[in-house]
Write a protein that binds this ligand. Structure first.
Ligand code: COA
Ligand code: MG
Length: 296
């Protein structure tokens, strides 16, 4: 089996959905500060527009012009009249990833991986999985381990809330267990994971709170529906200056302690062990990757 690995260092703070049928949005995206773009053929595109959108999206990926932004094509479900042709077309366009809706089992992804090999998808084109059904949540661990082509979980919280017969609440208690199961599975198998959308796209305070909750839980970033959400999302998912300053001081203090033959250091009255240094280094690397992307 080929060993395809996602680059977990690549920034995925803001992952913007855009309807694949809208030329104007596809063009505008080249200037937006989103880290990643999901060119959608599924829910954002009406049935009559599906075939036209497939052509537009694949042409946009081939033509490029999106700079360092990661490009993901979301295809229709493989049980719909469009899914099979979407997958083949996406394989030949060769985006960074192909996003599969409503993933519920490892077998489903193994079939996708086989179809991608048969469709001559580039080795670099990974599978991303929409996690958005009760069965998907229960099978998250085996789905995460399904195939080395898998790179990222994308939470589909609107579908999940619908299938649960639950309600959207500010603190998201009804879906916390589901978010937790997917985070555990993603981290256990080295995947990236991005949070679900915040529907009220004009409510910036609500969006910031939702981003902060996602960041605290371990998400790499959040999916978005409107360009107006990008700046707040990028800011919440970027390490802030005080955290970076602390991380630098922890790394230095630990190096000094090690040089003296000691195993721990103290910074700001708190213990610094090897594991804290690992976290600090990861934060610094993330800041470097963001700076490199923003300078690109
Ligand atoms: N990606 C890129 N550009 C977008 C965009 C998006 N998701 N949403 C809006 N824009 C653009 C519009 O084309 C418009 O561009 P213009 O000024 O060049 O004309 C500009 O941003 C302002 O748009 P606005 O008028 O505020 O929004 P709207 O009322 O046209 O659309 C939504 C609102 C929610 C319908 C739209 O944002 C959208 O379709 N979002 C994506 C939905 C989606 O993909 N859902 C599936 C996954 S949940
Ligand atoms: Mg969905």
């Amino acid at each position: 089996m080929r060993n395809l690995m996602i680059n977990l260092n690549r920034p995925r703070r803001s992952v913007l959905y855009m309807p694949g049928s809208k030329e104007r949005a596809l063009e505008k995206a080249k200037t937006l500060a989103a880290d990643a773009l999901i060119l959608d053929l599924e829910d954002a595109v009406a049935p009559d527009e599906k075939v036209r959108a497939r052509g537009l999206v694949c042409d946009a990926v081939r033509e490029g012009g999106y700079g360092a932004r990661e490009l993901i094509i979301r295809i229709n479900g493989l049980d719909t009249p469009w899914g099979g042709d979407d997958l083949l077309a996406a394989c030949s366009a060769g985006p960074d990833a192909i996003l599969i809706p409503k993933v519920e089992s490892a077998d489903m992804l193994l079939n996708v991986a086989r179809d991608m090999d048969a469709g001559n998808a580039p080795d670099e084109t990974l599978i991303w999985a929409m996690m958005e059904t009760p069965l998907g949540m229960l099978n998250a661990a085996t789905i995460a381990a399904a195939t080395p082509r898998l790179g990222c979980f994308v939470m589909g919280t609107n579908d999940l809330v619908k299938d649960l017969g639950a309600e959207h609440t500010p603190a998201r208690e009804p879906v916390i267990t589901s978010l937790g199961l997917c985070i555990l599975a993603a981290k256990a198998h080295g995947l990236a994971i991005v949070d679900g959308v915040y529907n009220a796209f004009k409510d910036e305070d609500g969006l910031r709170a939702s981003c902060a909750q996602g960041r605290a839980m371990g998400f790499d970033g959040k999916t978005l529906i409107h360009p107006a959400q990008i700046a707040a999302c990028n800011s919440v998912f970027s390490p802030d200056q005080s955290a970076l300053d602390l991380a630098r001081r922890q790394v230095e203090a630990f190096a000094d302690a090690t040089a003296k033959g000691e195993g721990v250091a103290v910074v700001d009255g708190k213990i610094v062990e090897n594991l804290h240094v690992e976290t600090a280094r990861r934060l610094l690397a993330k800041a470097d990757a963001i700076a490199a992307m923003e300078g690109a």
